[in-house]
Design a protein around this ligand. Structure first.
Ligand SMILES: Nc1ncnc2c1ncn2[C@@H]1O[C@H](COP(=O)(O)OP(=O)(O)OP(=O)(O)O)[C@@H](O)[C@H]1O
Ligand SMILES: [Mg+2]
Length: 771
């Protein structure tokens, strides 16, 4: 048995065994692109290509780790260099830092650091913010960088007014980064791309070193990434890229779809491989995905078929509110685990934005279902974690101004804003980092002698910490905690009982340090740890091995697959995101995002929306996502799920809703519905009376009214009666309990012989026969 070449389709095998020359693998989700890349690396190794000549670039560190492990299984030996673009660039910059004016111990600024630096740059540049905002300027500068434009290359270029201001701030921002010996995410790519362009010998050497390059998820590369890959494949054009234009979801970060669409023009010798067989999903799921994505205009059609069994219909559920959505999904998961042999890890709950998972956390927790929220980045953004990391940053790179500004007076040391303004002025005048300015505080006349004493004491602390820099990470972190008395600071600065999480988070950081030491017994340096933390992505926090339900954003789910997928909050303004409405390109990207979500599912898929969603502390009406109207509803199971969960009638959905004043027929979603073509507004006739097509979404008020009118008097039901339910079909009433609004029936359904309980005043049960 040949592990590398068996179990591949012919086109997959052709791609795996392709050795020299450019190759483009253009194929839909679940067709084995990532698998082919892995097998191809193993094949190259087996054919005698040294591991050191192979470079594989992936989109997340997690993907890189997984592929590496798989290659090791297929072809054990020296590991191949597999990493994300950013991590690759981070290493290149460490090695060749001087070529771009950095020192080896440079820091990587995260979004918060970059934002603080941008604020300073705007101040220094003296521009007026009356027609723009710091965020707009930051976005424009990010765009310049992704287009490989440097401040120098922009001199004298005519720009539209909106970009003009950003172009004025750009050189100041870059100067501040340089003085701080730091880069932001965009800079990393820009520096490496420029370094390769401006140093032909280095470019040639690296081109020969990385003779075989592979890029997975190529559809999400931006111009800078494209330039890097091209520069490394001039002489040795053994560049293999894989991608799916329909899964391009990083346009907002400058990803350029043309990179994949133009690959064939860039490399005329290219071998193009198309994979059309999907191994992941049921035909049901694929049809829903395909019908959705055909609504995008900027795309090439791709055929995708599967030999997988048909499976269950894709469900579309409309819930009364987000709590009901959360409870019902949690109940479904419990039911599947208890009665159908599923494990928690088989389930993923995906959403457009993180806040949507809050009620789900609650519902899962109350049912004791283990879950994990994949939110790697967020952890490192918490105040206490950022503070502690800032100490580590400063130890590693004393020029790191963002870190210094954060902790110079945290915990409080009497170094106030006025003092720091004076330090900043001095630093700017001399073009030196803030720490150096503080060390030279005797020269800053405007600072009083007493305050100079406080500043010197701070320098003393940092010096003491720096002397420990080469200890294990755990020891260093514990030393920081001890020297700064940070835990006491947290204890005293939080209101009792309000945020005990902070101390637990500190413990979690210590655990991360212990784990890092364990994983890097020989090569663990502070620098490596900081780099790892800076470049973490949400997906990296996901542990495949742990048996938990996964909650994550659609973006983070890219490349992954799960037997059962729930996509929640498929509502207008959420997915598509409200900011994408006026821009057709962004709107199509939102559709691709839903496409990515749908195609993560292997066996079952449920899309859901809630008619009421709690946002910023109040309940608001939500409307169906326009994408739901594009799905093949005739072959989906559409359920208006305004009913109790199957477990226990005390699981009440009767939340106290504060109806907004304008709550009436003119609520937002109603307007939306009126804009639909008439045929979309006509309810479809289906076999089950209460099954509502999505286009008939009504206001909650209307819905409640309907419910009152349609519900059969709960007292009519009797034991033994055959009833029908839109989802479970027919069943027999086993027992009845309670009275009035709380009257509950236990029904045994014929389809699976499972008993389910319903509160009759809400239930969607119709009477089939009375015996
Ligand atoms: N020839 C094959 N035989 C058996 N299983 C396969 C085969 N090809 C792919 N698979 C399986 O199908 C699933 C999808 O493959 P993979 O993740 O490589 O697809 P992909 O094209 O990279 O998808 P995406 O576009 O979502 O990243 C995986 O579980 C993979 O192991
Ligand atoms: Mg893949």
């Amino acid at each position: 048995m040949d592990l590398i070449l068996d179990n591949l389709t012919d086109p997959q095998r052709a791609a795996v065994t392709h050795m020299d020359g450019p190759m483009l693998m253009l194929a839909g989700p679940g067709s084995g692109k990532t698998r082919v890349v892995t097998h191809r690396i193993a094949h190259l190794l087996r054919e005698g290509v040294p591991a050191s000549q192979i470079l594989a670039l992936t989109f997340t560190n997690k993907a890189a780790e997984e592929m590496l492990a798989r290659v090791q299984q297929l072809a054990p030996g020296e590991p191949v260099w597999m990493s994300t673009f950013h991590r690759f660039c981070a290493r290149m910059l460490r090695q060749y830092s001087s070529l771009v004016g950095l020192q080896e111990n440079y820091s990587i600024y995260d979004m918060a650091d970059a934002k603080a630096t941008m604020k300073r740059a705007i101040e220094v540049s003296g521009i007026s913010l009356s027609h723009t905002s710091p965020d707009q300027i930051a976005n424009a500068i990010s765009h310049f960088k992704n287009q490989l434009l440097t401040p120098e290359s922009m001199e004298g270029v005519n720009l539209p007014a909106g970009k003009m201001l950003a172009a004025k701030v750009y050189p100041y921002y870059q100067q501040l980064l340089l003085v701080a010996n730091a880069v932001d995410f965009d800079c990393m790519l820009l520096h490496v791309a420029r370094m390769l362009r401006e140093n032909p010998e280095l470019r040639e050497a690296l081109d020969s070193r990385f003779r075989y390059i592979m890029v997975d998820e190529y559809q999400d590369t931006n111009l800078a990434q494209y330039a890097i890959v091209r520069s490394l494949s001039v002489v040795h054009q053994n560049l293999a890229v894989t991608g799916d234009p329909d899964q391009s979801i990083y346009g907002w970060r400058g990803a350029n779809l043309n990179n994949i669409l133009d690959f064939e023009n860039d490399y005329p010798q290219v071998k193009t491989v198309r994979l059309e067989q999907n191994y992941r999903s049921t035909p049901n799921i694929l049809r829903v995905a395909d019908q959705l994505i055909t609504n995008n205009t900027r795309r090439k059609h791709k055929g995708l078929y599967t030999h997988n069994p048909e499976g269950a219909a894709v469900r579309l559920r409309i819930y009364a509110n987000g709590y009901q959505e959360a409870d019902d999904i949690a109940d479904q998961i419990v039911e599947q685990i208890q009665n159908h042999g599923r494990s928690p890890k088989d389930f993923a709950i995906l959403c457009r934005m993180n806040y949507l998972t809050r009620s789900l956390e609650h519902s899962l927790r109350s049912r004791v279902v283990p879950y994990t929220i994949v939110r790697g980045v967020e952890f490192y953004q918490r105040k206490e974690i950022k503070d502690l990391l800032s100490y580590l940053q400063l130890i590693n790179n004393p020029a790191n101004d963002a870190a210094l500004s954060r902790i110079v007076n945290t915990p409080a040391r009497g170094i106030g804003k006025t003092t720091m303004d004076r330090v900043m002025l001095y630093a700017a005048r001399h073009r030196i980092p803030l720490f150096e300015a503080i060390c030279r505080c005797d020269e800053i006349e405007s600072i009083k002698p007493r305050t100079r004493g406080l500043l010197k004491r701070f320098v003393g602390i940092i010096d003491a910490l720096s002397r420990k820099a080469s200890s294990s990470l755990e020891d260093l972190l514990r030393f920081v905690l001890e020297q700064t008395q940070y835990s006491d600071y947290l204890r005293f600065s939080t209101v009792e009982g309000e945020d005990n999480d902070a101390l637990a988070n500190v413990d979690e950081l210590v655990s991360a340090a212990v784990e890092f030491d364990r994983q890097h017994p020989d090569d663990g340096s502070l620098e490596t740890f900081l780099e790892q933390v800076a470049l973490i992505s949400d997906t990296d926090a996901w542990e495949e091995s742990s048996d938990r339900v996964t909650l994550m954003t659609l973006h983070a789910a890219k490349g992954l697959e799960f037997p059962c997928v729930y996509i929640i909050g498929v509502e207008d303004q959420v997915l598509p995101h409200h900011r994408s409405h006026d821009d057709p390109m962004q709107f199509e990207e939102e559709r691709r995002l839903l496409f990515v979500g749908i195609t993560r599912a292997e066996q079952t898929l449920q899309l859901s929306m809630a008619k009421l969603r709690s946002a910023r502390g109040s309940m608001r009406p939500a409307a169906a996502s326009p994408f739901l109207l594009e799905l093949p509803r005739e072959e989906m199971q559409v359920i208006d799920a305004h009913q109790p969960t199957q477990y226990g009638d005390d699981n009440d959905f009767d939340v106290d809703v504060e109806y907004p004043e304008a709550w009436d027929m003119h609520a937002d979603h109603d307007d939306d519905l009126n804009q639909l073509p008439p045929e979309e507004r006509t309810p479809e006739t289906t076999s089950t009376p209460r099954t509502a097509p999505i286009a008939s979404v009504t206001t909650a008020a209307q819905m409640l009214e309907q419910q009152m009118a349609n519900t059969i008097d709960p007292e009519i039901y009797t034991v033994g009666m055959i009833v029908s339910h839109p989802e479970y079909g027919s069943g027999r009433i086993q027992s009845l309990s309670g009275s009035g609004g709380k009257r509950t029936a236990t029904v045994n359904f014929f389809v699976d012989s499972i008993e389910r309980r319903f509160r009759l005043s809400h239930a969607q049960l119709t009477i089939e026969s009375e015996d």
